[in-house]
Ligand binder design. Structure first.
Ligand code: IPE
Ligand code: IPE
Ligand code: MG
Length: 240
């Protein structure tokens, strides 16, 4: 049986950092720190395998309800990581993008994010898209608000026009969504964009996620049959 071509866009719900830390009797922030290393590995693996877009769910609009010290530690980690990685990303032609309610983050972090995006946009071969302060429902509300603000006739709104106002505008929909740590839910991630994504769930906790897990997810994806609502025998163009 023929296999699907590799996905163009993979999106990952990076879950299980806290469980990873708890298993080691470490504070939660150590789990998040170890999670950053897993991000490096995943980004490297995606790049080596020619995946054009990798979206990583780093912080949800609901994650503000966590203890303040954890939220502060996460924000510091994001800032440190951008500072440390931006040169290497630029060198490798990986464009850094951010999807979410960016205007609600600290002005310093926003500046850093803007600069990192501009810096890496120059020779973009691949895209690393970080979903930060991201919520799928509010993303759709924000898109409609933006359209209304532009004076668009909402009675004539269609899917393409709405999609062009999402935080992920310009990116293809994810072909594959991976969730780590055994949970089987979307947690408000890419609700619109994942309409026909294939889903892969692994028990591996995010800080332990490595190349082998990445390849397992890819292989599972390539064995799937994507129907997009059609009869299987009518699918001439499998995948994209
Ligand atoms: C995922 O790890 C990271 C974020 C949501 C920021 P968690 O902190 O959710 O870890 P678990 O799911 O509680 O183990
Ligand atoms: C989803 O993980 C959000 C991110 C990975 C950033 P959560 O740990 O916040 O999701 P729930 O609460 O288990 O659904
Ligand atoms: Mg979690």
């Amino acid at each position: 049986m023929s296999q699907l071509p590799p996905p163009e866009h993979i999106a990952i719900i990076m879950d299980g950092n806290s469980r990873w830390a708890r298993e080691r009797l470490l504070p939660r922030v150590m789990g998040h720190k170890a999670g950053i290393e897993a991000i490096r590995r995943a980004a490297e693996a995606a790049n080596q395998r020619g995946i054009r877009v990798l979206t990583l769910y780093a912080f949800s609009t609901e994650n503000w309800s966590r203890p303040k010290d954890e939220v502060d530690a996460l924000m510091s980690l994001f800032s440190e990581t951008i500072r440390r990685e931006v040169d290497e990303l630029a060198r490798r032609g990986i464009e850094l993008r951010f999807s979410g309610r960016i205007h609600e983050l600290s002005p310093a972090l926003q500046d850093q994010m803007r600069q990192a995006s501009e810096r890496t946009r120059v020779s973009s071969r691949a895209i690393l898209n970080i979903a930060i302060n991201y919520g799928g429902r509010i993303e759709i509300v924000d898109a409609v608000r933006e359209l209304a603000g532009e004076g668009a006739d909402l009675t004539q709104l269609d899917e393409a026009r709405l999609a062009a106002h999402l935080y992920t505008r310009g990116l293809p929909d994810p072909d594959l969504v991976i969730r780590t740590a055994g949970e089987m839910r979307l947690s408000n991630f890419l609700l619109w964009q994942a309409a026909y994504s294939e889903f892969h769930c692994t028990p591996t906790l995010w800080p332990d996620f490595g190349e082998a897990d990445f390849d397992e997810a890819l292989a599972a994806y390539q064995r799937r049959v994507r129907r997009f609502g059609a009869r299987p025998e009518e699918i001439s163009n499998r995948g994209r």
